[in-house]
Ligand binder design. Structure first.
Ligand SMILES: [Zn+2]
Length: 146
C-alpha cells in the first residue's frame, strides 16, 4: 500500500504520513545530538514543503537557508540569526500561514521527507540526506519566489 502526500507529493508506504515521519525525526533529534545537529533544516524543510509558513516567513526562511547552506554558519550562529528574525517585538508578520490565506503555489518537490526516511541508515547518512533535502527545497522554492 502506497499513498501520496496531498501537500508535498511524497510517496508514503503503509500508514505513514509526512507528519508521523516528522514527529519521529524530531524525537530522534531531541535525544541524539548527532541527529539534532540538522534540526533547523528538518523543521524548515517540513514547514516549507507543507505550506505552513506565511509569505513573509517563506521569504525569511529562504534567506536563512541560503545563508546557512552557502556560508557554512555554525548551528549557534544560525540560532542567533534566526532569533533576530523571529523575536516577536521586532517582527510585524506572522510565521504560520493563516487558515484563510490563499495556498502557496504547488511545487513538484524532487525530494521529500519520505526520501530521507526511506534512505538513511545512521546519524551520518541522516545529516547528509537532510542537508541534501534542504538544498533541493531551497533551490525549488527560490525558483518559485526569486
Ligand atoms: Zn508531505
Amino acid at each position: 500500500m502506497t499513498s501520496i502526500c496531498p501537500e508535498c507529493g511524497a510517496r508514503l508506504s503503509g500508514d505513514e504520513t509526512c507528519q508521523t515521519i516528522f514527529e519521529m525525526f524530531l524525537s530522534r533529534e531531541y535525544v541524539d545530538p548527532a541527529y539534532g545537529a540538522v534540526h533547523f533544516l528538518t523543521v524548515a524543510c517540513f514547514m516549507l514543503q507543507h505550506g505552513r509558513y506565511s509569505d513573509q516567513a517563506v521569504a525569511w526562511m529562504r534567506d536563512l537557508l541560503r545563508d546557512y547552506l552557502d556560508q557554512d554558519l555554525t548551528p549557534a550562529q544560525l540560532r542567533h540569526r534566526a532569533s533576530q528574525g523571529t523575536s516577536s517585538q521586532s517582527r510585524q508578520w506572522k510565521v504560520l500561514r493563516a487558515g484563510d490565506a490563499p495556498p502557496l503555489p504547488k511545487v513538484a518537490w524532487s525530494m521529500t521527507i519520505a526520501d530521507v526516511a526511506h534512505q538513511y541508515t545512521d546519524a551520518d547518512s541522516y545529516r547528509v540526506l537532510i542537508t541534501q533535502w534542504a538544498r533541493v527545497t531551497l533551490r525549488e522554492i527560490s525558483a518559485l519566489q526569486p
